[in-house]
Write a protein that binds this ligand. Structure first.
Ligand SMILES: *Cc1c(COP(=O)(O)O)cnc(C)c1O
Length: 425
């Protein structure tokens, strides 16, 4: 459930009419609902009520806006971060370092050192050498780094190939058949406090079966590690729960997920870590856009909107579906292609879609754009970096400025030897 709804024929976010935001901020613009973020944070937590000791670390790559992180910090969430930049955001949002998990396959030595200095609560190791390096960096500081070993369980998550992470051939984690041996070697590394294992098999999962299969494999590994004499106190179950992008999508609820977790992990006797991203952020945001032209096409017309693949990359990257609805629907329908202004045929959001009839100048939104939306934006085609607005009840604020092309241009230099003579000195 989200807080985007029609009131008197006009799409609102909570108590704010979207035309008011378009008027004040311009388009394209991402609009987030604070109430929806809070609700999703609570529903996810409630879904896990049957699970014992747990930590909730929001995967901030889904939507790392500082104001969003503040809302989630107030809900008691920590963060899963995958770079020094994300760590800085989580800390700036007031999350406690001990509630932050550092994931990612390419953490640099510099990032590991900063994260130790900041006192992060968990490092998810992606390879043995990383554990050795982290241990020595920690020992240099007179510390022991709290860590888990990320295991690749070799299951097919049944999602888009580009967001699958738990197959043997993916770059993530260590092969499950080598995990116990590797764990044994890392347990002896000074400076490392190896507490358990971690997995994350992919994103936008629409079926609990692959997750349950992966978790069972991890449960067996935990038992094997204990038999070998290791104290296992923590298991990180990652994120990945999907969200409905279409009204017809059938996605397990957080309660279904929680029931499965409670059942599979019943005898584990560990603290569990969860890293939800999309399920918290996906339906908490829309991308508000204006129709520039309706251009006749060979079969269906092209609705050209002022948002493009540089603002919302998911359709171009993953063939993702985003619902498109008019802010003031007339009740009439049309079949159209929806595309942005960028000079790539990939800058197409939908083909042959039945949508609200729109004309040039109308406002519309792409729904379910709160996760992996603004954070993936670029300035391709020298377009502005898309701004973000947070609504909270009847208030709204710009929580990320539109970065204009002039600002980007000002960071570029022509070296002196390329300067035309008439521009020198
Ligand atoms: C991306 C990611 C997540 C979050 O995934 P969602 O599908 O958004 O829930 C969690 N953990 C790790 C390690 C990730 O890379």
């Amino acid at each position: 459930m989200d807080h985007f709804h029609y009131r008197d024929g006009v799409l609102h976010c909570e108590d704010v009419a979207l035309p008011a935001i378009a008027e004040a901020v311009g388009t394209p613009v991402y609009v987030y609902s604070a109430a929806t973020f809070r609700r999703h944070a609570q529903v996810f937590r409630d879904g896990l009520s049957g699970v014992g000791a747990k930590h909730l670390a929001y995967a901030i790559k889904a939507n790392p806006n500082l104001a969003v992180l503040r809302v989630l910090a107030d809900e008691g969430y920590g963060a899963d971060v995958v770079s020094g930049g994300e760590m800085a955001r989580a800390l700036a949002a007031g999350m406690r370092p001990e509630d932050i998990v550092f994931s990612g396959v390419g953490k640099t030595r510099g990032e590991l050192g900063c994260a130790l200095d900041a006192g992060l609560g968990q490092f998810n190791l992606e390879l043995e050498e990383e554990g050795v390096v982290l241990g020595s960096l920690a020992a240099d500081r007179g510390m022991r780094a709290p860590a888990t070993l990320r295991v690749n369980p070799d299951v097919d998550a049944g999602t888009h190939a580009k967001i699958s992470t738990g197959k043997r051939e993916n770059k993530f984690g260590v092969p499950i058949d080598q995990a116990a041996t590797m764990f044994g070697r890392l347990a002896g590394v000074g400076g490392l406090d190896l507490r358990g294992v971690a997995i994350h098999i992919g994103s936008q999962l629409a079926d609990l079966a692959p997750l349950a299969a992966a978790y069972r494999r991890i449960g067996a590994l935990v038992a094997e590690l204990r038999t070998a004499g290791h104290a296992i106190t923590r298991v990180d179950l990652g994120g990945g729960l999907g969200v409905p992008y279409r009204s017809s999508d059938v996605i397990p609820s957080p309660a279904d997920y929680g029931a499965m977790v409670a059942e599979v992990t019943r005898d584990w006797d560990v603290e569990l870590m969860f890293e939800p991203g999309r399920v918290i952020a996906g339906n908490a945001g829309v991308l508000l856009t204006e129709v520039v032209w309706v251009k006749p096409g060979v079969t269906d017309p092209y609705v050209i909107v002022d948002a493009a693949m540089n603002d919302l990359a998911r359709p171009a990257l993953y063939d993702a579906y985003h619902d498109f609805v008019a802010v003031k629907p007339s009740g009439e329908r049309m079949v159209a292609n929806i595309a942005g202004p960028v000079c790539e045929s990939g800058d197409t959001f939908a083909m042959g879609r039945d949508i609200d009839r729109v004309v040039s100048g109308d406002l519309a939104v792409f729904r379910t754009a709160g996760a992996y939306g603004a954070t993936m934006a670029s300035t391709y085609n020298s377009r502005a970096l898309v701004p973000e607005v947070l609504v909270d009840g009847d208030r709204f604020a710009v929580v990320a400025d539109r970065i204009e092309p002039e600002t980007i241009l000002a960071a570029e230099r022509v070296p002196e030897w390329l300067m035309p003579k008439n521009l020198e000195g």
